[in-house]
Write a protein that binds this ligand. Structure first.
Ligand SMILES: Nc1nc2c(ncn2[C@@H]2O[C@H](COP(=O)(O)OP(=O)(O)OP(=O)(O)O)[C@@H](O)[C@H]2O)c(=O)[nH]1
Length: 931
C-alpha cells in the first residue's frame, strides 16, 4: 500500500516534471504580465509619475543633457598657422610666477632663461606655440592681461592660502570673457605634517572649485629642488598645457589684437634731443590674433589711446613651427624660443634688417663681472686703457645724472651727504637718522640703480631703512630680523568687511610684506594665530578650516569692526614703503596720457549712420580717415561729411559716394561699377549665383530703388532661412522631413557646422589664386602673422615709462567704436566694495580694449518708466549708469575701479558682476543684451 501510494505520488510528480521547471516558470510570468496588463488597463494613472516634482526633475535633466550637447558652431575663421597661445601666469607677489615660467621654458626648450621680461614665445609641439607672460601685480596690468590671456595659470601660495589678487583677477576674467583657467599651488614644502598638507590641499581645491567650476584643474608644486620646481611636476603641467583645447571668445574673435613682444622708438634722435617731450614714433611687433587686420584699421594701445596705423607690414615668423622651419635648415630648427625683451634669441628680423645677437659669454669685453671690475680697479692683469673702456661700457648714466645722484661721505660711519633725496635728522640719542622718501618719487629702476653706484654696504642700509624708516644708520639691524620682530610684535590685520558673507579681505603684515588674504567666513581669531609663526601654524587643521569653512553668522560683527580700530600706526607707515619695495613699481601711463577729460558734446549721436552706410563706402571712409585729421578726434561723435567737392582728392570718389544717397543718380548704369555697388548675390543655401549682368540688371535699370529693396529682402530671407530652417526641407517642401530635422537637432547642428566649413573652404579656393599683396588688400593680414605696426605721434610718456614687465596690448577698433558718446550701462556694486558709489564721482572703467576715467550718473528706472537720478548706487541691486566715453558695442563686459595706483589695489570698487548688462543709445532705441 505504501509503495502504491508512493508510486502515485511519484506519478503526479513526474507529470509536473515532464514540463520541466521551464513550464513551471512560464505560467507565472504569463500570469504576471497578464496581471500587469490588466492593471494598466484598469488603472492606467497608477503607472504614471507619482511625484510631479520627480517628473519635472527627470524631464529637466534629460532636456538639459540634450541641450548641452547642442551648441551653435563657433566659426573659426583662422587660416593657416595659429598664433601662439598666451599662457598668463598670474598670482600675488612672491608666489613663484617667474620661477614657474623659467621652469616651463626650461622644460620645453632645455635653455635657462635669465629673467622673465615681456612675452616669451616657445614651440611646445609640432603644431603649437605658446607665449608665456607674467601678469603684472597692478590693476591695469591685470585688466589688460584678462583681455589677451588664452590660459590663465593662477598661482596660489598654499602655505598662506588664497589672496585677494586671485579673486580680483577671476572677477576681471569673468567680465572680459572667461579664458581657460588652471590653479597652481606653490610653497607646499613649508608644510611639515603630511596629513595637514593633504587636508589643506583638499580644502583649497574645493574652494577653487566653488569659485570656478567643479573639477577645475588644480596643480600642486610640492617644493623646490636646486631652486627649481621638480621636473616631474613641471612635466605634468606642461603636458596639460600642450593638449589643452582653446575656444575662440566672442569679443576677441571679432577684433584683431596684438600682444607686443618687441618695442622700438623710431623718433629721429635729433628731434628728441631738441625737445624730450615731443610726440614719438614707435614700432610695435607682435603676433596678430583675433581676426584679420585690415589696412586702415585704427588701433587702441591700452593705457595710451587710439591711433591710426601709419604703416603695417608682416615680417617672417621669428619663432616658426617645426614644419615651416624644416625648409629653412637646421639652424632655424634649433630656434625654439623667442623672447626679445628677455634678451634671448640670436636673430632679430626687422623690416629691412636682421640683427644678430651674440650672447655675452661669447664676447669677453661686452660685460665685466665683479671680479674683473675689482681687478680693473686694482690695476691687476688689465691694461689701463682696457679698464677705461670697460668702465665706459658699464656707464649707464650721463655725467649730469651722476652728479645729481652723487653723495659724499664726510666721516666714516656717518651717512653720506646727498644732494637730492636723503635728509639727515639728528635723533634724540645723537645718532643720525635718515628720512627716506617713499619709493614712488623715483622713476622705475632708479631706486635700485642709484644704489649700485654706491658701495654694497650703503645699499644694504638703504634697504633696511626702507623697511624700517627709523633705524639707525650706524646700527646693523637686519631686514630679516626686523621683519620677524614685527611679525611677532604685531599682527595688524586691517579688516575690510564686505557686505556679502562669503569673502572678506584681511590686510596683514606677513613674511616681511603686506598681503591681502581672502578669508571665507567671519572668524578671525584663528587667522591671527596662523600668521604669528609660519612653520608652526601653516597647515593647522583647525585654522585652515576656520578660514575656509567658517560660518556666516557674524556678518553684523564685521560691520562693527571698523578698519581704523585695528590699524596700528606702525603698519600704516611701514606698509606702503614695504609694498613699494616688494612690488615692481609701474608708472601709470593712463594717468599721464589721459589728462584731459572728455568733453560732453551736445550733438546728437548719429550712430545709425554707421548701419546705413553702404559697404563700399564704409571702407572708403576708413581709408580716407587715415588722411583726414579731423576724423580721429576722440570727441567727434558725429561723422561730418565734407560736401565740398574741391576738398576731395579725387572727384570720382566724391561722386561715387554722392550717388549712394537717394538724391544722387544711380550708378547701376555705369557698366563695370555694377559689381562694386551691388556685388554678386549668392543664395547661400542653394549656392545659386545671381549675376547682375543677366536680365535682373535690366530691371534694376528700370527701377533701381525697387530693385535694391528687393535684393535686400532676398538677402534677408536667405539669411533667415539659413538660420532657422533646414535647407533640404526648404527645397523639397516636405513637412515630414522638416519635423525629422527638428527632432534630430544634433544632425541639424552638424549640418550647420559642415556648411560653415564648406563655405570656408570655398572662400579659400577663391583666394588661393591671388598673389599676396592683393590678398592683404582684400582680406587683410591673417591671424598668426608676425606684424610690425608703425604708429606716429604717441605721447612721449609711452616711451619714457616703457616697462618690459608690463606687456602692451594693442587692439583693433571696429567701425563705430572710434566715436565717443554717452553709454548706458546696467551695473551693480561689487560685494567686496565696502562703500556705495556716489553720483558723478569719477571712476575708471575698463570696457572693450579701453580703460578710461569718466563720471557716471546713476539712476534707477521707476515703475512708470521714468529714470530717477540717484545720489548713491544701491547696496545690493543693479542700477543704471550713464557716462561719456568711447563707444563700445552692446554685449560688451564692463568693469569699473575707483583707483589705479599700485598700493590701492585693494580698493577695487565697482564691478558689474553676476549678470552684468550693458546697452547704449543708438538714436533713441537701445540694444539690451545679456553678457
Ligand atoms: N619654498 C618655496 N619657495 C618658493 C616656491 N616657489 C617659489 N619660491 C621662492 O619664492 C621666491 C619668489 O619667487 P618668484 O618666482 O620671484 O616670484 P614672483 O611671483 O615672480 O615674484 P614677483 O615677480 O615679485 O611678483 C623665490 O625665491 C623662489 O625661490 C615654493 O614652492 N617653495
Amino acid at each position: 500500500m505504501g509503495e502504491e501510494k508512493n508510486d502515485q505520488a511519484h506519478k503526479s510528480h513526474r507529470v509536473s516534471k515532464s514540463g520541466a521547471s521551464s513550464k513551471k516558470g512560464k505560467p507565472d510570468k504569463k500570469k504576471k504580465s497578464e496581471i500587469s496588463d490588466e492593471k494598466r488597463q484598469a488603472n492606467p494613472k497608477a503607472f504614471a509619475f507619482k511625484s510631479s516634482v520627480k517628473a519635472r526633475r527627470l524631464h529637466t535633466h534629460s532636456t538639459e543633457k540634450e541641450q548641452r550637447r547642442l551648441h551653435l558652431p563657433t566659426v573659426d575663421r583662422a587660416i593657416g598657422e595659429p598664433p601662439p597661445y598666451v599662457v598668463l601666469v598670474q598670482g600675488p607677489p612672491q608666489v613663484g610666477k617667474s620661477l614657474l615660467i623659467k621652469c616651463l621654458v626650461k622644460h620645453y626648450t632645455k635653455q635657462n632663461l635669465p629673467e622673465v621680461r615681456g612675452p616669451i614665445t616657445i614651440v611646445s609641439g609640432k603644431k603649437r606655440r605658446l607665449q608665456f607672460v607674467e601678469c603684472p601685480n597692478d590693476i591695469t596690468g591685470m585688466l589688460d592681461a584678462a583681455k589677451y590671456a588664452d590660459l590663465a595659470l593662477l598661482l596660489i601660495d598654499g602655505s598662506y592660502g588664497f589672496e585677494m589678487e586671485t579673486f580680483e583677477f577671476l572677477n576681471i576674467l569673468k567680465t572680459h570673457g572667461f579664458p581657460k583657467v588652471m590653479g597652481v599651488l606653490t610653497h607646499l614644502d613649508k608644510f611639515k605634517d603630511v596629513k595637514k598638507l593633504r587636508k589643506t590641499k583638499q580644502r583649497l581645491k574645493h574652494r577653487f572649485w566653488t569659485e570656478i567650476y567643479d573639477g577645475a584643474k588644480l596643480f600642486y608644486l610640492s617644493g623646490l629642488i636646486h631652486e627649481k620646481y621638480t621636473k616631474r611636476e613641471v612635466h605634468n603641467l606642461a603636458r596639460f598645457i600642450s593638449v589643452m583645447k582653446f575656444h575662440p571668445l566672442s569679443w576677441r574673435s571679432a577684433h584683431p589684437y596684438l600682444l607686443v613682444d618687441r618695442f622700438e622708438d623710431a623718433t629721429p634722435p635729433d628731434k628728441v634731443q631738441r625737445d624730450e617731450t615731443i610726440d614719438r614714433n614707435v614700432i610695435l611687433y607682435g603676433y596678430l590674433r583675433g581676426c584679420n587686420f585690415k589696412k586702415g584699421t585704427k588701433v587702441h594701445i591700452a593705457g595710451v589711446g587710439d591711433f591710426p596705423v601709419a604703416n603695417v607690414s608682416s615680417l617672417p615668423d621669428p619663432c616658426p613651427l617645426p614644419s615651416a622651419a624644416k625648409k629653412k635648415g637646421l639652424r632655424e630648427k634649433e630656434k625654439l624660443f623667442y623672447a626679445p625683451m628677455s634678451g634671448v634669441g640670436d636673430l632679430l628680423y626687422d623690416k629691412d634688417a636682421v640683427y644678430i645677437n651674440i650672447n655675452d659669454h661669447f664676447v669677453q669685453f661686452s660685460k665685466t663681472d665683479d671680479e674683473n671690475d675689482a681687478n680693473a680697479r686694482k690695476g691687476k692683469n688689465l691694461d689701463v686703457g682696457e679698464a677705461m673702456v670697460k668702465a665706459l661700457q658699464n656707464t649707464q648714466y650721463s655725467i649730469g645724472e651722476k652728479l645729481g645722484e652723487s653723495s659724499i661721505q664726510l666721516f666714516s660711519k656717518k651717512s653720506n651727504v646727498s644732494k637730492n633725496h636723503d635728509t639727515d635728522i639728528n635723533s634724540e640719542d645723537g645718532n643720525t637718522t635718515r628720512v627716506i622718501e617713499p619709493a614712488e618719487h623715483f622713476p622705475p629702476g632708479q631706486f635700485s640703480e642709484s644704489d649700485d653706484d654706491e658701495d654694497g654696504s650703503e645699499s644694504e642700509h638703504d634697504v633696511s631703512d626702507a623697511s624700517e624708516p627709523d633705524t639707525d644708520i650706524g646700527g646693523t639691524k637686519n631686514v630679516e630680523e626686523t621683519d620677524s620682530d614685527e611679525e611677532e610684535k604685531n599682527d595688524l590685520p586691517i579688516e575690510q568687511p564686505s557686505s556679502g558673507n562669503k569673502h572678506k579681505e584681511l590686510v596683514e603684515f606677513h613674511n616681511g610684506r603686506t598681503r591681502r588674504k581672502a578669508v571665507f567666513g567671519d572668524d578671525d581669531e584663528h587667522d591671527g594665530s596662523e600668521d604669528s609663526g609660519e612653520d608652526d601654524d601653516v597647515g593647522d587643521d583647525e585654522d585652515m578650516q576656520d578660514i575656509f569653512y567658517s560660518g556666516s553668522e557674524s556678518s553684523d560683527d564685521d560691520e562693527d569692526q571698523k578698519p581704523e580700530d585695528k590699524v596700528g600706526d606702525a603698519s600704516k607707515f611701514v606698509a606702503p614703503l614695504l609694498r613699494n619695495l616688494a612690488l615692481r613699481k609701474i608708472v601709470n601711463l593712463q594717468q599721464l596720457v589721459y589728462q584731459i577729460k572728455p568733453s560732453v558734446s551736445d550733438s546728437e549721436d548719429d550712430d545709425d549712420d554707421e548701419f546705413l552706410v553702404p559697404k563700399g563706402q564704409a571702407n572708403k571712409k576708413n581709408k580716407k580717415g587715415l588722411d583726414t585729421s579731423g576724423i580721429y578726434n576722440e570727441d567727434c561723435s558725429k561723422f561730418q561729411f565734407d560736401l565740398n567737392p574741391e576738398n576731395w582728392e579725387s572727384a570720382e570718389d566724391f561722386e561715387s559716394i554722392r550717388h549712394r544717397f537717394v538724391t544722387g543718380q544711380n550708378l547701376v548704369s555705369k557698366g563695370n561699377d555694377d559689381d562694386e555697388v551691388y556685388g554678386d548675390f549668392e543664395d547661400l543655401e542653394t549656392g545659386e549665383k545671381f549675376n547682375p549682368s543677366n536680365e535682373e540688371v535690366n530691371k534694376k535699370e528700370a527701377d533701381p530703388e525697387n530693385e535694391e529693396r528687393r535684393l535686400k529682402k532676398l538677402a534677408l530671407r536667405a539669411k533667415f532661412d539659413s538660420q532657422y530652417l533646414h535647407p533640404e526641407t526648404m527645397d523639397e517642401e516636405n513637412d515630414q522631413e522638416e519635423k525629422k530635422s527638428h527632432q534630430d537637432e544634433g544632425g541639424f547642428y552638424e549640418k550647420l557646422k559642415e556648411e560653415a566649413e564648406l563655405r570656408k573652404q570655398k572662400n579659400l579656393m577663391e583666394l588661393m589664386d591671388l598673389d599676396e599683396e592683393t590678398l592683404v588688400e582684400i582680406e587683410g593680414f591673417r591671424t598668426g602673422t608676425y606684424l610690425r605696426l608703425e604708429i606716429h605721434d604717441v605721447p612721449c610718456e609711452m616711451v619714457k615709462y616703457f616697462d618690459p614687465y608690463h606687456p602692451q596690448l594693442v587692439g583693433g577698433i571696429g567701425l563705430g567704436e572710434e566715436n565717443t558718446g554717452y553709454m548706458q550701462v546696467r551695473i551693480k556694486k561689487h560685494r567686496w566694495r565696502k562703500r556705495v558709489l556716489k553720483n558723478r564721482n569719477p571712476i575708471i572703467v575698463s570696457i572693450g580694449w579701453r580703460r578710461y576715467q569718466t563720471t557716471p550718473v546713476y539712476a534707477i528706472e521707476d515703475q512708470n518708466g521714468r529714470h530717477r537720478q540717484l545720489k548713491y548706487t544701491p547696496e545690493h541691486m543693479h542700477c543704471l549708469a550713464w557716462f561719456w566715453g568711447p563707444l563700445a558695442p552692446p554685449n560688451t563686459g564692463l568693469i569699473a575701479v575707483e583707483n589705479l595706483s599700485n598700493n590701492q589695489v585693494s580698493k577695487l570698487s565697482s564691478k558689474n558682476t553676476d549678470n552684468p548688462q550693458i546697452y547704449f543709445f543708438s538714436q533713441g532705441c537701445g540694444f539690451f543684451m545679456n553678457i
